[in-house]
Ligand binder design. Structure first.
Ligand code: NAP
Length: 511
């Protein structure tokens, strides 16, 4: 065990991968480069080095974070004590083995390494099973030694569970988690506990809004005068009830910070760092517990959270000294109760982790997916046959037994009895709920290919293998169809295929 683990500054994210519990986030590099000019690499590398010097040895990047990977690669070339976590956020739709290999090659090349510490994958559309194909392919690269560990980003509870049960060795999931957004404290926490997966939490400071700087300040408009991160979290603030309610939360956080300072629950100097850059003017004295510190600790203390990712604008602002306070105090029961009560006055962010990237309200910098995607391709091929449109999901059975996954004639769509088989694998392992979710994804993908959606389903029939508990299947069906309420039949049956525990057929109507 390293010293950092003993004093709580580091943690073992996965075998052989010790990370600092404050991870420095590099999305801000892309924002700093939004005008088209890359940061000067040598000085950006020096700025990054200051975090590592202070013991914050772990950095979070992605393929689309401007020149962040390149800068990190420069730093890695002169020191071996850093951990570089990156992401692959592919174009949606099928990715060939060559495309996956090219993504891994690019990250290896930019980071100047022959093995990635952690590659985190983002799925755009669970109804398109190519997200699982990408993961299976990435697992091959891991087995070949090119990736140390695999993670996900913005994955919800159902699909994290599905991926792990399908045999993908996921160690972490990077999600938004803050006083404004407590979705990660819900179902995903239980899935993480079940499978030993850690959360890496971002957005803990809501782009800096959760700090003294914004206490009592008027609401800024969402425009290009803000950082991308602020644009994103202004939308979160609107979603939880608006600026005035947010100010109510900030006041409580400031009171909690003040009380902790009065009680002197922390040491008074921090020997580990002299940043060299001025800490932010007007903020709490850097060795005082700040609003930002309380907001971060609230997330850092959550059982499933291995680390929080705090964004840094390299060479512009540094909050190092203040953020190191996080290792010098804990929240007491009173603080936690006050914060929970203040959070409860806000409207919850809808849905599960990552939904903001998949369905409205899109809580992104632009308020839509225009920074990320041009289009979402149909998950499955469709062909015309007379007046009918036929969907194929490519299973051998469709060819052998002469049927389509789905048929659309007029406004009516019939989806064939569907199981959790995919490309010669069973998705979801032997878990009936995970299989059911994948089947419903497959049905959804078939409907999407025909321009429809789950909301158009009017009838489902669910066949459960004899001897398999029906209740998890019914609950999974309930989780997906709660607001749709199709007519339903659910029976035990002697279904085909030893490992295939559930089969579902569906009918939909579109105008
Ligand atoms: N997977 C994903 O989809 C995803 C999405 C978003 C972010 N991320 C990751 O998470 C990282 C964090 O980004 P974020 O957008 O969520 O931002 P954030 O960490 O919530 O906010 C970062 C900003 O907070 C301010 N700040 C930091 N420490 C402070 C302190 N002690 N006191 C006052 N203000 C402080 C700084 O603002 P100033 O610079 O203005 O002073 C900093 O730029 C990203 O870089 C990225 O690595 C991942």
């Amino acid at each position: 065990m390293g010293d950092g683990i003993a004093d709580g500054r580091h943690t073992l994210l996965a075998p052989g991968l010790e990370i600092s519990r404050i991870v420095t986030g590099m999305w801000q590099v892309a924002d700093q480069e939004r005008g088209g000019e890359a940061l000067e690499p040598a000085s950006a590398c020096r700025a990054m080095g200051r975090y590592a010097d202070a013991g914050l040895t772990t950095f979070d990047m992605a393929d689309h974070y401007g020149s962040a990977e390149v800068i990190a690669g420069m730093l890695a070339a002169c020191r071996a004590d850093i951990q570089l976590l990156t992401k692959w956020v592919p174009e949606p739709g099928p990715a060939s083995a060559e495309t996956v290999a090219a993504a891994v090659d690019r990250a290896l090349d930019r980071l100047g390494t022959d093995r990635l510490d952690l590659l985190q994958f983002h799925a755009w559309n669970y109804a398109d099973p190519s997200w699982l194909d990408c993961l299976f392919e990435l697992a091959e690269h891991q087995a070949a030694g090119r990736i140390r560990h695999l993670g996900l980003t913005n994955c919800d509870a159902v699909h994290l569970d599905m991926a792990v049960r399908s045999g993908v060795p996921i160690v972490s999931n990077q999600v938004c988690f803050s006083l404004l957004d407590r979705r990660a404290a819900g179902a995903i926490t239980e899935v993480c506990r079940r499978h030993g997966v850690a959360l890496l939490a971002y957005g803990t400071l809501a782009g800096g809004f959760l700090s003294e700087r914004w206490l009592g300040r008027p609401e800024p408009p969402i425009d290009e005068s803000l950082t991308w991160s602020q644009m994103k979290y202004r939308r979160f603030i609107d979603q939880v009830g608006g600026w005035d309610r947010f100010q109510g939360l900030l006041e409580v956080v400031a009171r909690v910070a003040g009380r902790l300072n009065e009680r002197g629950r922390f040491a008074d100097t921090n020997p580990h760092v002299t940043s060299g850059l001025a800490e932010e003017k007007g903020a709490a004295g850097s060795t005082d517990v700040s609003v930002a510190n309380v907001a971060c600790r609230y997330v850092l203390e959550h059982a499933a959270v291995a680390g929080i990712i705090v964004g840094a604008r390299l060479g512009e602002r540094i909050h190092l000294e203040n953020n190191l306070n996080l290792f010098r105090f804990t929240l007491d029961d009173e603080a936690r109760r006050d914060l929970d009560e203040a959070c409860a006055t806000l409207d919850p962010i809808p849905g599960d982790c990552g939904d903001e990237y998949r369905r409205p309200p899109f809580l992104t910098a632009s308020g839509d997916l225009s920074h990320h995607l041009t289009h979402l391709p149909a998950p499955y091929p469709v062909r015309l046959s007379g007046t009918a449109r036929l969907v194929s999901t490519g299973t051998p059975w469709e060819e052998m037994a002469g049927y389509s996954r789905a048929v659309k004639r007029g406004g009516r769509i019939h989806v064939a009895g569907t199981t959790a088989s995919h490309g010669g694998r069973v998705i979801g392992g032997r878990d009936p709920a995970a299989q059911t979710h994948f089947i419903i994804d497959k049905i959804e993908g078939s409907l999407q290919s025909l321009g429809a959606g789950l909301g158009d389903v009017v009838r489902t029939r669910v066949y459960i293998r004899e001897g398999v508990d029906w209740e998890p299947v019914a609950r999974a069906h309930g989780a997906r169809f709660a607001d749709i309420r199709p007519a339903n039949t659910l029976v035990h049956a002697n279904t085909i295929g030893d490992d295939l525990l559930v089969e579902i057929e569906a009918e939909a109507e579109v105008s």
